[in-house]
Design a binder for this molecule. Structure first.
Ligand code: ATP
Length: 354
């Protein structure tokens, strides 16, 4: 069976890294069909298109995954097209798991003294469809001295339950021992009280996994002190947003950070954590490794675990022995090379493994 993948390269460095990612995945020789779509700033500025509704229907009907570069362009004020494209897919496809592996691939990428590959290997499950990110709320008496602004945090039993379940199921599948839930239940009594109760109920269904609930501030501190104490972290949209940036910084930065926006068993979207990086776009400096690792996550989702491992190990070897883009030079040393040079070496490493 051929898996169909919609490629949306997007803006800025998105197309530069998407090209590398697809070349890499094609090299493995799996039955994957890549179809390219031009949604992004150029298209938006040309004819006003953000993301047509029939495209979402097509995705649901005909595709298994979306391989996404990045969106964001200084020519579009407020980047409304970017929000339209990503948020529409996230909500309409109900991609409730934001999966972010924070796994160090080389000791030299760690900013923490004495913490290397054996210590930095946790994965964050961020709830991706509710919390403080639904747009619920409003402003009253705007612009006056009496202005009132309200942001409403949405926590549903269904939403909390399914992300907790996904985190425990992942830990079980991977043979991991521990799941930690991060909240602020000491002050956010109602919403985070629900998280505590649902987490405890989910933990009861998975007695082999050690479950621990923590306040997010304590967890942020502990992730720096003893990251080795964590395998899987599950949390809400806002805390996940913050903790995963911390996780990216602990494991080599945006150049090597991958993510999945997943609805288990359905079409899901895979994107590097980085944005469109307008400051370096078109200069041949973008690090393609995050996109490559994102490809590995997508392969895993599609059931190609062995091939995902091949991509992962080619990237690890590239970081260990190969050329690097300028963003990794402060951590790895050596001269800086271009996206193209890194891509060519990476392709060779993958070829040697297939
Ligand atoms: P967004 O709001 O989309 O996250 P941003 O500008 O905050 O946009 P990025 O676009 O990810 O975030 O860029 C942040 C910084 O990291 C920039 O200086 C950018 O050049 C750098 N950067 C991001 N991705 C890469 C990459 N793949 N390779 C090299 N540098 C990168």
């Amino acid at each position: 069976m051929t898996h169909r993948i919609a490629v949306i390269p997007g803006d800025g460095i998105g197309p530069e890294v998407a090209k590398v990612g697809v070349r890499l995945l094609e090299r493995i020789g799996l039955p994957l069909q890549f179809d390219w779509f031009d949604f992004g700033a150029d298209r938006y500025l040309k004819d006003g298109t953000i993301l047509p509704q029939d495209f979402l229907d097509t995705l649901r009907r005909d595709y298994d995954a979306v391989y996404f570069g990045a969106v964001g362009d200084p020519r579009v004020p407020g980047n409304e097209h970017a929000k339209g494209i990503l948020l529409a897919m996230r909500f309409e496809l109900d991609l409730y798991v934001n999966l972010r592996p924070c796994i160090l691939i080389d000791d030299r990428l760690s900013p923490l003294k004495g913490k290397g590959r054996n210590e930095l290997r946790f994965t964050v499950f961020r709830e991706n469809t509710e919390g403080l990110y639904t747009g619920a709320g409003g402003v009253f008496k705007k612009g006056t001295a009496d202005e009132v602004a309200q942001e409403i945090e949405i926590n549903t039993r269904k939403g909390v339950s399914r992300i907790c379940e996904a985190a425990f199921a992942f830990a079980e599948r991977r043979g991991m021992a521990r799941v930690c839930m991060a909240d602020k239940a000491n002050v956010l009594l109602f919403g985070h009280g629900l998280w505590r109760r649902v987490f405890a109920e989910t933990a009861q269904r998975h007695p082999a996994i050690q479950a621990k609930a923590m306040y997010v501030d304590a967890l942020a501190m502990d992730l720096i002190r003893q990251p080795e104490a964590y395998d899987v972290i599950v949390t809400n949209n806002l805390f996940g947003d913050i903790l995963t940036d911390l996780g990216a910084a602990l494991t080599g930065g945006l150049g090597v950070a991958a993510s999945g926006n997943i609805h288990p068993g359905r079409i899901s979207l895979f994107e590097p954590v980085h944005g469109s990086a307008p400051d370096i776009a078109g200069q041949g400096k973008a690090n393609p490794l995050a996109m490559a690792l994102t490809g590995a996550l997508m392969l895993e989702h599609l059931g190609y675990t062995r091939e995902a491992g091949l991509v992962q190990s080619a990237v690890e070897e590239q970081v260990r022995e190969g050329a690097r883009t300028p963003d990794l030079v402060p951590l790895l040393g050596g001269p800086a090379s271009s996206t193209e040079t890194v891509a060519a070496e990476l392709l060779d490493r993958l070829t040697a493994r297939t």
